[in-house]
Design a protein around this ligand. Structure first.
Ligand code: SAM
Length: 195
């Protein structure tokens, strides 16, 4: 009886989750200005990368209203993985949670209201993919904190477009020279593959 009830709940839940096409139609409703979110090209790119990596554990630094997190969650339901996403701003965190619930993808997302600089040391690795997209002047600090928690072959992606190059100078120099990674660039992202 209990099992049958459990299956029923699962079926009802599955019926409520939006399809990828429906989530993509929903994404423009997220209210943050386009230049502060990763945008549809980078969203699709990160979605495809998550699937290609068969990622089970993904970390995002900077949830905002959940735009990039929804792209990652669409991929993670294919890989049966899960996203941890960190946001320091209470209002943004609350709005993102509403979007995760409205799309039926909340079960794939561990959305935490936290300062990434404090929370990352508490997180257990390994992660297959990390997306850095918070304060540009802190990118180097996020990078150094997450690097030991990324598995070999995993990727640290950083949203680098639309920023003042001075803000990212040290970070970009580090990811280009760090022997622990091989870095390439695609669209508005840097992608550092851990060796
Ligand atoms: C550019 S937005 C993120 C956009 C989001 N990734 C997307 O594409 O939809 C940056 C977010 O990082 C958050 N943030 C800034 N510093 C943070 C920190 N130390 N820890 C967690 N979140 C932070 C900001 O409040 C803001 O919501």
């Amino acid at each position: 009886m209990y099992l049958a009830g459990g299956w029923l709940v699962t079926l009802v839940w599955m019926a409520q989750a939006l399809t990828d096409a429906e989530v993509k139609a929903y994404l423009p409703k997220l209210s943050l200005p386009q230049e502060t979110t990763i945008g549809p090209k980078d969203g699709q790119y990160l979605h495809d990368l998550t699937v290609k990596l068969k990622a089970k554990r993904v970390l995002e630094i900077g949830t905002a209203h959940g735009y990039s997190a929804l792209w990652l969650a669409m991929a993670l339901r294919k890989t049966e993985g899960r996203l941890v996403t960190l946001e320091i701003h209470e209002g943004h965190h609350a709005i993102a949670r509403e979007h995760f619930a409205a799309t039926g993808l909340a079960r794939l997302v561990d959305a935490r209201l936290a300062d990434a600089l404090e929370e990352i040391p508490r997180l257990e690795g390994p992660f297959e993919l990390v997306l850095i997209d918070a304060i540009k002047t802190d990118y180097l600090r996020y990078y150094e904190l997450v690097l030991p928690k990324v598995r070999k072959g995993g990727v640290i992606a950083a949203h680098t477009v639309a920023s003042n190059p001075d803000e990212l100078r040290e970070f970009l120099a580090r990811i280009k020279a760090d022997p622990a990674v091989r870095t390439e660039f695609a669209h508005g992202l840097s992608l550092s593959y851990k060796k």
